[in-house]
Design a binder for this molecule. Structure first.
Ligand SMILES: [Zn+2]
Length: 226
């Protein structure tokens, strides 16, 4: 497993946001040191959730009899490299679906802990809430039908299976990603000019990321789930 250097600032940013913004606001009053300790712990658990998501893809690949060369984690998620020109449409489907399925399962486990452990103190509940919601968002975001996200790969596998033409299926899934990214980008810009600079800016950046990712996604191998 390879961890890209871009993860260090992301980890710091996540921990800082949690310690200085999220925990003090969700469950005040709190002490600075406790918030930072909880921030670091939550950051590490979030990181473990991402690793579990990628391992879901890798385990599905092994189960389908494909060769897994490398698992790498970088800024916006991860990637599982498998053998060039291996697999078919149903392999692609299971590979793509396995990651979001793991994230969803983790979200449900945190939700179950929230329900069965009402005795947790307020900071503990804030952490459980944060991790449950983060994993649900991770699953939902990755399921957007926007190639090369997992949802885009599921769409591609369906089109591939129906039409039998992998390059046409890829082009369509890329177009779907660009269209979806374009709509999110425009919504973000409208929100931004209406005065919500931070949220609008984030949404616009996300839309732009989807458009560029879909445009430049050239399948290095037949199957390359993110
Ligand atoms: Zn994934």
């Amino acid at each position: 497993m390879e961890i890209h250097a871009s993860w260090a600032p992301v980890f710091f940013f996540v921990t800082w946001t949690l310690a200085e913004r999220f925990f003090p606001r969700v469950y005040p009053p709190s002490s600075g040191i406790a918030d930072w300790a909880l921030g670091v712990l939550s950051g590490l658990l979030l990181f473990a959730s991402l690793v579990a998501h990628e391992l879901g893809h890798a385990i599905a690949a092994r189960w389908r009899g494909l060769t897994v060369y490398r698992i790498s984690l970088f800024l916006f998620g991860g990637m599982v490299d498998i053998g060039v020109d291996e697999g078919n449409a149903s392999d692609e489907f299971w590979l793509a679906a396995a990651g979001p399925a793991v994230s969803l399962l983790i979200a449900l486990l945190w939700a179950a802990l929230w329900v069965v452990a009402p005795g947790l103190d307020s900071q503990g509940r804030a952490m459980v809430l944060y991790l449950g919601v983060s994993n649900a968002i991770l699953a939902t975001f990755n399921l957007l039908p926007s190639y090369p996200l997992d949802g885009g790969r599921i769409l591609r596998s369906a089109l591939w299976s129906i039409g039998g033409d992998v390059s046409r299926a890829t082009r369509f899934a890329q177009l779907s990603g660009q269209a979806m990214g374009g709509v999110i980008l425009i919504a973000g810009v409208v929100w931004l000019v209406r005065g919500n600079v931070v949220d609008g800016g984030w949404l616009a950046a996300l839309g732009l990321f989807l458009v560029l990712a879909a445009r430049h996604a050239i399948p290095r191998s037949l199957l390359l789930p993110s």
